[in-house]
Structures are given as C-alpha cells and as structure tokens.
Design a protein around this ligand. Structure first.
Ligand SMILES: [Zn+2]
Length: 269
C-alpha cells in the first residue's frame, strides 16, 4: 500500500507494486457520516450490473479499485464519509448533495472501446492497463472536486484546472509509473476533444475532455516531476523545448500549493 505523504520527495517509482488485492467490499450505510474529521471514510460501492458488463468483469478480476480506495484511506482523513460508487448511474461526477463520486460502468467500457479503436491489434493486458489508467486519473479528478467541497478549499482560477492538477499529482505520488498514467489519460481525453463531433460528445465527455491548454498543462507537470524519465516528451514534440525549462518549477509550485491546502488532512506517517 502507498500513502500520500507531505514530503515532496518522489516515490521510488518502479519498485512499487501497483495494486493490492484486498477484497474491500463495503456495504453502504446511509446516514452515518460524522463530523469528526478522522471518522470519515472512503466507502466503495459497486453495484452488481443488471446486464453483462465488461467493466464489472474487469474490475472484479483486477481488484484495482479496492487498491485505490485503500491507498486513499491510508492517506487522507475526511470530515464526512465519501462514497466512490461504480454503477449504472450518471457520471463521472462528484455530487456534493450525496457526497459521492459516481463512475458509470458504461464510462469504463467507453474508455476501453476508444483505446481499442486507436490500435488495430491491441494487446489485451495493455488495453486493460491503459483503461484503468484513464479511469484512475478521472477518479482523482473527481476526488479533487470532492476535496474542494469537503475541506472547503479556496480555488484560485478554474476549478477544472485545479482538479487536473490534483489528479496528476496524486497519480505521480501514489502510483507506479503514475506520470505515464497521467499522459495516457490526458492523451485520450485530448484526442476525444479534438476528434469527436460535438453531437457525439456524451455526458461522459462533456466535462472530461481536455482542450489543448489543459492537455499541455498535464504534459508540463508530468515532465516537470521527472525530467530524466520524461525527456522523450521533448524529442517527440509533445512538449516544446522552449516551454520545457520552466516545467520543473511549474510542477513544484503546483505540488506545494496542493500540499499546503491538503496539509492538515494528510494522515501522519
Ligand atoms: Zn471536473
């Protein structure tokens, strides 16, 4: 298990196992949210789908989401319990009224389909990993909206940009190869924004596609987090050389800003 820490030191990266199989099936108990910060919990709810669902099958097989929730539980204290709900409802979205992040199985399946469409001969394992990378980044983006609400955080600038920033910081700090995860997610979401006709953008994508500015921001944060590992971003042209020099500072300022906001909510080591 990996905890989010207050230190700005980057994780040991490749040594970390990605997901622990924990069997963390939580029964929803409404009305038990408390006011004491440390008593809030991350509650995972996964509805059994009423139809065959490749997303449900994948999530059951991998235990990925249980690992994500376990990491969050170990890292952050909450003033109220936050539900992470996979099912057939709307989303991805954070609902302040329900204190709930909703991720539809259909969204997971749509991500897998779009990733498969990009590659004529997709490797099944790679496709699954890329799908979960995108979904995890989107989950953390929604988590940022939840933190802004639950912790009553001030947000300077657009909340969507702040949510992109925390999503990227969390994957870099909590996940092996997290920078690659952020790039996979940003790349797919930017391609959708660029290629899907307006009418084809379902509610999944309306808030989650990345315009070029948001995409470039994610690329800069990832490069700035580890300039050696992500040097190929410059060679490939994804990050212009003339902008790259400032990215380590841009990432450090972003990370310090979020760490300052989250400081008293991060559980002690
Ligand atoms: Zn958002």
């Amino acid at each position: 298990m990996f905890r989010f820490s207050k230190s700005l030191r980057l994780p040991a990266g490749r040594l970390m196992p990605l997901v622990l199989a924990l069997g963390l099936w939580v029964i929803l108990t409404p009305g038990q949210a408390r006011c004491v910060e440390s008593e809030g919990r991350f509650l995972l709810v996964m509805d059994a789908p009423g139809h065959s669902s490749s997303a449900w099958d994948m999530l059951k097989k991998t235990n990925w989401v249980e690992g994500v929730v376990k990491n969050l539980q170990a890292s952050f204290s909450l003033p109220r319990s936050l539900i992470i709900h996979f099912g057939d409802g709307p989303g991805p979205r954070y609902s302040p009224e329900r204190v709930e992040i909703g991720i539809p199985y259909a969204f997971v399946e749509e991500v897998a389909k779009l990733l498969a469409d990009r590659n004529a001969h997709p490797d099944a394992t790679r496709l699954q990993n890329d799908t979960l990378d995108v979904v995890e980044w989107v989950l953390y983006h929604e988590l940022a909206h939840a933190f802004i609400d639950l912790y009553n955080l001030p947000v300077l600038g657009r909340e969507e940009d702040a949510a992109d920033a925390l999503a990227t910081l969390l994957v870099i700090r909590l996940v092996e190869n997290g920078g690659h995860m952020a790039l996979t997610a940003a790349d797919l979401l930017a391609r959708i924004a660029a290629n899907l006709p307006h009418a084809a953008k379902t509610s999944f994508w309306s808030e989650h596609t990345l315009d070029q500015q948001r995409f470039a921001q994610v690329v800069c944060w990832v490069y700035g987090s580890d300039t050696a590992t992500f040097a190929p971003l410059i060679a490939s042209g994804a990050l212009p050389q003339r902008q790259a020099w400032r990215c380590p500072d841009v990432f450090a300022v972003m990370a310090q800003g979020w760490l300052r906001l989250l400081d008293r909510h991060i559980k002690p080591a």
